[in-house]
Ligand binder design. Structure first.
Ligand SMILES: Cc1cc2nc3c(=O)[nH]c(=O)nc-3n(C[C@H](O)[C@H](O)[C@H](O)COP(=O)(O)O)c2cc1C
Length: 206
């Protein structure tokens, strides 16, 4: 049985193209795999707090010595890690905001990137502990970042892929919805190209 985790984060909610395509992909993947369960982590409807001292200190404090605030902060991070660890397939929707991912998605990574839990340092190197997952990363952007001259400024995809690989999630399929700010025709072309990419990907994932 497969378990899919869908993480969405566009500030535009369900109107966001990254949310639309990530949700569509997760639902269609689930539909073509009988018995699949789907968990939705909607970071726009229910944003996480930024990490704070309670989490940072709580994480390195033994459970029985934590304050109530530390216990609560660590428990939240533990539940997010468990939700991610339980998935064999992860679908992430990310809207480009000022060349990076939306801050709620950054906050989610800040909770799940955890030394000794989701990665560890070993023999002078780093080992990601969330191995064996398939990740579909859906990014939306106003500009065309898959080609020069903007490719060098694609901190969104590079950052997200770096974090995913850092945690051991190396099998990443990237779907771009891009160039949406260049006018109605460009938007239409971006949507058509994303539709085609999704259909082709789903055919191969069947
Ligand atoms: C506050 C804000 C900042 C943005 N920053 C960028 C940016 O740095 N580069 C870019 O190409 N597009 C930028 N955009 C355009 C969005 O990336 C684009 O509208 C994309 O479709 C957003 O994803 P969504 O459709 O999932 O909401 C920005 C949009 C907003 C609202």
């Amino acid at each position: 049985m497969s378990h899919i985790l869908l993480v969405t984060s566009s500030p535009r909610g369900s109107e966001g193209l990254s949310t639309r395509y990530a949700s569509q992909l997760a639902k269609r993947l689930a539909a073509q795999r009988p018995g699949t369960t789907l968990t939705v982590r909607d970071l726009t409807a229910a944003p996480l707090n930024h990490i704070g001292e309670a989490y940072v200190v709580g994480r390195v404090t033994p459970p029985n010595a934590r304050t109530a605030a530390q216990g609560e902060a660590v428990q939240l991070a533990e539940s997010l890690v468990a939700e991610l660890a339980a998935a064999d397939t992860v679908v992430i929707g990310s809207a480009m905001i000022n060349f990076g991912p939306p801050s709620p998605l950054k906050a989610w990574f800040d909770h799940v990137v955890w030394p000794g839990v989701t990665f560890r340092y070993a023999n002078d190197s780093v080992e990601g502990l969330l191995k064996g997952k398939k990740v579909y990363l859906v990014t939306a952007a106003g500009g065309n970042f898959s080609e020069e001259p903007l490719a060098a400024w694609d901190y969104q995809s590079r950052y997200l892929k770096h974090l995913l690989r850092f945690l051991g999630m190396t099998d990443i399929e990237h779907i771009r919805v891009e160039g949406v700010a260049y006018g109605p025709e460009a938007l239409q072309a971006a949507v058509a190209s994303a539709d085609e990419a999704l259909n082709s990907l789903l055919k191969h994932a069947a």
